[in-house]
Ligand binder design. Structure first.
Ligand code: CA
Ligand code: CA
Ligand code: CA
Length: 137
C-alpha cells in the first residue's frame, strides 16, 4: 500500500516537472527575438535599405507559413533598430519603441485586432522598467 502511494507521488512529480518544462520551452519559443544591432539581422531575415543611404534600416521575419512574425526598423537612421513590431497570425499584436535611442525599449503598445490600441506601458525614466501603465479595455 505504501509503495503504491509512493509510486503515485513519484508519477505526479514526474508529470508536474514535464508540464513545467514544456511550459518553459513553449514560452521561449513564443517570444521571438529582435536585436538593436543591425548586423545581427542575417539568416532568416529579409532586410532592406529603405532610404538608400547604404545602411540597412528595415528587417522582416516571416513564419513558415509566410506570415509576418517580426519587423524591425531604424527610424532614426543611427544604425540601431528602434521600432519593433510583433505579429501573431499576420496581425500586429505589439509595437515596441526605443524613443530615446539608448538601445532599450521604453514604450510598449498593445494592439487589439491589429488596429485598436488596447493598452500601453512606458519607461519614463529609461531604467529599462515600465513605470507608466495605460489600459483601454
Ligand atoms: Ca538606410
Ligand atoms: Ca535608430
Ligand atoms: Ca530607450
Amino acid at each position: 500500500m505504501e509503495t503504491t502511494k509512493a509510486f503515485v507521488r513519484f508519477i505526479f512529480v514526474v508529470l508536474l516537472s514535464a508540464v513545467l518544462t514544456a511550459g518553459l520551452a513553449s514560452a521561449q519559443e513564443d517570444e521571438p527575438k529582435v536585436y538593436f544591432e543591425i548586423e545581427r539581422y542575417s539568416t532568416g531575415w529579409i532586410t532592406s535599405d529603405t532610404n538608400g543611404d547604404g545602411h540597412i534600416d528595415y528587417a522582416l521575419k516571416l513564419t513558415d507559413r509566410l506570415q509576418k512574425e517580426l519587423e524591425a526598423m531604424d527610424f532614426s537612421h543611427d544604425g540601431y533598430m528602434d521600432n519593433f513590431y510583433y505579429y501573431e497570425n499576420d496581425v500586429l499584436v505589439r509595437h515596441e519603441l526605443d524613443t530615446n535611442g539608448n538601445q532599450q525599449v521604453d514604450l510598449w503598445v498593445f494592439m487589439h485586432r491589429g488596429v485598436h490600441v488596447k493598452g500601453g506601458e512606458r519607461d519614463t525614466n529609461h531604467d529599462g522598467e515600465a513605470d507608466l501603465f495605460r489600459s483601454y479595455e
